[in-house]
Design a protein. Structure first.
Length: 399
């Protein structure tokens, strides 16, 4: 029979031990040491166990916890420790046989139960340490979200953010100390939130309403979503480029010659598991890429200021590469020599010189060529005519 784990992660609610099942109560009774935030420790009655307050910032407590290996330890966490909680962080630092978890009821479940919302159709966000812009891709009338916040002051910040984005008509249900004797619910519109303090722990249920601009779900979003100095892949070409890149769950993209970052950002918007690195030689454009990503609520984007191929040398290999700027023979040769044979490559050419490079690359490496000829209707005297854009040749290598 294997030895019992030395660590038990116990999910605790605002109702303290009264809401704990028998297994969690037994784990706390058997523990030599109980470690957790002061608020959680205060919910438990006195016992013979040594109590250790988890320090702030959170990371400083991990080493102290690991130093207790070999003793019977219980760590307290809010609700379900593996849903925007500490559980996954601790599990990554420990071997599988060292720990077990006894989750409690999550704040999301409690909030949905109070409001009668179907949890499987409700967006759930843990924004204790994340920017409110994470909400931006999801702001559309009729959407429902439950948002966990770092403290009571963040409730006002959330209301202000919704108003600034044009969704001040959204309904907010502020839930303080949910599930415990201090529970308090406050319902108001974002643009009419009461001028009082809210207490921690707090979560907010949001029913999105208002005339704010909605970010479309498909690639090829309007150009003005992205701040730019003019160096960007335009909407129709961007849609074709994302289609050629064909993002799949869990993949990483190199966006070489990022410009405004529109390709990398649209790649990230297509699925929450994706990541990207944008490589841009100009510092001002690199800064703009980061700002665009932050404003549109996408993370998992690393911006590298430098010129390819030199700036690529220390990067982890991607599953897909887009070359939108800086296309030359040296870059194509570097990609051919250094990337795995399974990497998908998409490159767009506007000039005759870069078009010739793609013709040669296709002859040498294979792949497909697509010529993109677009025209827009524009005034022509008193009438309307077609104004053609410069043709673009797109090379796609998809092994």
């Amino acid at each position: 029979m294997s030895e019992a784990p030395w660590l038990t992660i116990v999910g605790l609610g605002e109702d303290g031990p009264e809401g704990l099942p028998a297994a969690s109560l037994a784990a706390l009774e058997a523990a030599e040491i109980v470690m957790g935030p002061p608020r959680h420790l205060a919910l438990l009655p006195g016992s013979g166990a040594e109590r250790i307050a988890w320090p702030v910032p959170f990371a400083e407590g991990i080493a102290r916890l690991i130093a207790l290996r070999g003793r019977r330890v219980a760590v307290l966490a809010s609700g379900d420790p593996f849903w925007f909680g500490a559980g996954a962080v601790l599990a990554r630092r420990l071997a599988p046989g060292e720990w077990r978890a006894l989750p409690g009821v999550s704040s999301f479940s409690l909030a949905a139960a109070r409001l009668g919302w179907a949890l499987e159709r409700t967006l759930c966000f843990g924004l204790h340490a994340a920017p409110l812009a994470r909400l931006r891709p999801h702001l559309a009338p009729g959407q429902r979200a439950i948002v966990l916040l770092r403290d009571g002051a963040a409730v006002r910040t959330l209301a202000d953010y919704l108003c600034a984005e044009g969704f001040g008509a959204s309904g907010m249900t502020v839930m303080e100390a949910l599930g415990g004797p201090r529970e308090r619910l406050t319902m108001a519109r974002a643009d009419a939130l009461p001028a009082r303090a809210f207490g921690h722990p707090v979560c907010v249920a949001v029913e999105v309403e208002g005339a704010g601009r909605v970010l479309p779900l498909v690639s090829g979003r309007e150009d003005d979503w992205f701040a730019s100095d003019g160096q960007m892949t335009r909407r129709p070409v961007r849609a074709l480029t994302l289609s050629a890149l064909a993002p799949r769950p869990g993949e990483h993209l190199w966006d070489i010659g990022g410009g405004s970052g529109s390709i990398a950002i649209e790649w990230l918007l297509s699925h929450g598991s994706l990541s990207a690195t944008s490589i841009e030689p100009r510092p001002d454009r690199a800064a703009r890429i980061a700002q665009n990503a932050a404003r549109l609520g996408v993370d998992r984007l690393t911006v590298v200021t430098g010129a390819a191929p030199d700036a690529l040398a220390d990067l982890a290999p991607p599953e897909a590469v887009f070359v939108g700027g800086g296309l030359d023979a040296a870059l194509l040769d570097w990609l051919a020599r250094h990337l795995p044979g399974t990497t998908r490559i998409v490159a767009n050419a506007v000039t005759l010189e870069t078009e010739a490079l793609l013709l040669e690359a296709r002859a040498r490496m294979g792949g497909d060529l697509l010529r993109i000829d677009l025209a827009e209707a524009a005034p022509l005297g008193s009438r309307t005519g077609w104004t053609p854009a410069r043709p673009i040749v797109q090379w796609r290598l998809a092994p």
